[in-house]
Design a binder for this molecule. Structure first.
Ligand SMILES: [Zn+2]
Length: 276
């Protein structure tokens, strides 16, 4: 089904249970339509975030993942089915998203993000970006994504799940608030990789849903203006939240000062080149 096949009346009906909400409405839906989210990592968390955003009416997604679907992914990565085994996750995710919402424009990067690839993409694309979701599962990738978001001055939502625990951070780097490196002293513990430790099947989908909700909140101006961390203990069914203070000696503060020296108009709330 080609994008644009749906007429305005059908589009209105499609989102009618959402546009009726306080704080969203027709204007909010129009804002979601032009939102461009970059998602790194299409496992259980990133896949759930991607499909939730597309279903909710976010019509531009850039998906980065260099892995193929494996049998051991299927208990938690609900975006994929048995026939996807062996195929690139980014390709399968894009096909599923287009099937759910044919208006969604999906840019597929079925490779691992590297510093060189990201810089080339930034130079080539010129596409306005709205925010970044980091659902990768290792510290090297997370640092890379954080550097990208900092350079682009985009809000960064970082989400992870392992065992019976999940955590989601919303770094308002678009507003000059704390970045993930400011948070190192604040985070209770690092949730890294579920390969060795395992993960309960439904946990990543919950965290992916929270990441998508956080992205919508940022876009609609409903999110906290400071950086925050939410943790979830799935067995105890307990959530916790805390604010992440900015460290004045952190790289993000130095970069912000550098940008403001180059161009004073580019203050914390100024326009990022790729923000849309
Ligand atoms: Zn920082």
């Amino acid at each position: 089904m080609a994008p644009g096949r749906w007429g305005a009346v059908v589009i209105d009906r499609r989102y009618s249970r959402q546009t009726v909400l306080d704080g969203l409405g027709e204007d909010g839906q129009a804002s979601l339509k032009t939102t461009h989210v970059v998602i790194f990592g299409l496992g259980g968390v990133g896949g759930a975030a991607a499909i939730s955003l597309a279903a909710a009416g976010v019509e531009r997604l850039s998906l980065w993942d260099g892995d193929r679907v494996e049998l051991s992914n299927l208990h938690r990565q609900t975006l994929y089915c048995e026939s996807d085994i062996g195929a690139w996750k980014a390709d399968c995710a894009a096909a599923r998203i287009r099937a759910v919402n044919s208006c969604c424009e999906v840019h597929v990067h079925a490779v691992d993000a590297t510093s060189t690839r990201l810089r080339e993409w930034e130079a080539r694309s010129g596409e306005p970006l709205s925010l970044v979701i980091d659902a990768t599962d290792n510290p090297v990738a997370r640092k890379l994504v954080s550097t990208f978001a900092l350079r682009q001055r985009l809000a960064l939502i970082s989400a992870a799940a392992i065992g019976w625990h999940g955590q989601i951070s919303c770094y308002r780097m678009d507003l000059g608030a704390a970045c993930d490196r400011c948070a190192i002293a604040t985070r209770p513990h690092e949730l890294d990789h579920c390969e060795g430790a395992g993960v309960a099947g439904p946990v990543p989908a919950v965290i992916g849903g929270l990441a998508a909700t956080a992205a919508i909140n940022v876009r609609l101006g409903a999110a906290d203006q400071t950086s925050t961390l939410m943790t979830w203990d799935a067995r105890a069914q307990r959530f916790g939240t805390l604010q992440i203070p900015k460290r004045s000696a952190c790289e993000c503060a130095l970069q912000q000062a550098r940008l403001e020296r180059i161009d004073p108009r580019k203050n914390a709330r100024g326009g990022a080149d790729m923000r849309g």
